[in-house]
Design a protein around this ligand. Structure first.
Ligand code: GSH
Length: 312
């Protein structure tokens, strides 16, 4: 995987963005348009196409919204293992790009922004009508789809917005991105900081979910949705590949119950792909897994009663 500089793709791997103190810092997304009733990007689902990857947790947030709201937005899934060309597509099959037929995602970025500088990331929401990119920031995409399209649970009710944003900020920094802070750390200190914050926050969420059915009370919201992709990958991937191994999610009764309740919601199971998570997270990486060998286990059983209706 490489980097695009002023519209030209450079295949050299810049590695994860790491500060001098060895701590991982995720780059900010720069394509930040919104879908609004007055346009130019109007809430008409058939206009849009999503560039995603099954293993990417940020793309997973968006896939969850599409599933829960049953939105007819089409999706191209990149191959789970990135190459020197970054996220790539086959000519046909489940990892083909049916919209443009590109071989790699950087071609789509070049079409969207001929002078683009930055990383080539999924998710990327594309508008067929104007032949342009709407957004490559999953937090924005989730919020705009939640707010601008009808159907499914009300993910961000105005009266809970402040509380949702509070949970989102905490969970993004210490859990969603927290696993990467542990996994991509280049010093013992940076790892210790990341892993400690991660498990402190999981403990805090566990305590919350012991007395409330969902993070914000009795309604399932965007905050729970954004927690889910990390829970879904944790025991099969982060626990091993990112050394997030103080506990597993299955060791937390309430977090695990919450994960299974969300898994059982309509359409969600179809977005969870543990074998692909392993392919992605155990890709060949000079720092973390030089031989690229994918472990056989563990098997995580998502079935079984979650009993979350008994809480709160
Ligand atoms: N801010 C972005 C982050 C997306 C992101 O970092 N995606 C990763 C995959 S999990 C990616 O495509 N990385 C490619 C790279 O950094 O070169 C979002 O949340 O939408």
């Amino acid at each position: 995987m490489g980097l695009m500089i002023e519209g030209t793709y450079h295949a050299e791997d810049p590695g994860p963005d790491t500060q001098l103190d060895g701590e991982f810092q995720r780059q900010r997304a720069t394509i930040r348009n919104w879908i609004t009733a007055d346009g130019p990007f109007t809430p008409d689902a058939v206009r849009y196409h999503l560039y995603a990857a099954w293993n990417c947790p940020w793309a997973h947030r968006v896939l969850l919204v599409l599933a829960l709201k049953n939105l007819p937005i089409t999706v191209s899934y990149a191959r789970p293992r990135r190459t020197a060309d970054g996220w790539i597509y086959d000519a046909e099959g489940p990892f083909a790009d049916a919209l443009m037929g590109v071989a790699s995602l950087h071609e789509v970025y070049a079409r969207a922004r001929p002078a683009y500088t930055g990383r080539i990331t999924v998710p990327l929401l594309w508008d067929r009508e104007t032949d342009s990119a709407v957004s490559n920031e999953s937090a924005d995409i989730v919020r705009m789809l939640a707010r601008q399209f009808p159907g499914g649970p009300e993910l961000c009710p105005p009266d809970l917005e402040e509380e949702i944003d509070r949970w989102n900020a905490l969970i993004y920094a210490r859990v969603n991105n927290g696993v990467y802070r542990a996994g991509f750390a280049r010093t013992q200190e940076a790892y210790d900081t990341g892993v400690t914050a991660l498990f402190e926050t999981l403990d805090e969420i566990e305590a919350r979910l012991a007395t409330a059915r969902y993070l914000c009370g009795d309604r399932f919201t965007e905050a729970d949705l954004r927690l889910f992709p990390t829970l879904a990958r944790f025991d099969v991937a982060y626990h091993y590949a990112f050394k997030c191994n103080i506990r597993r999610i299955q060791d937390y009764p309430h977090l695990w119950g919450c994960a299974r309740e969300i898994y059982a919601m309509p359409g969600v199971a179809g977005t969870v792909t543990p074998e692909i998570y392993k392919q992605g997270y155990f890709s060949k990486s000079p720092l973390r897994n030089p031989l690229g060998i994918v472990p056989a286990g563990p098997v995580v059983d998502w079935s079984g009663p979650h009993e979350r209706h008994l809480i709160g």
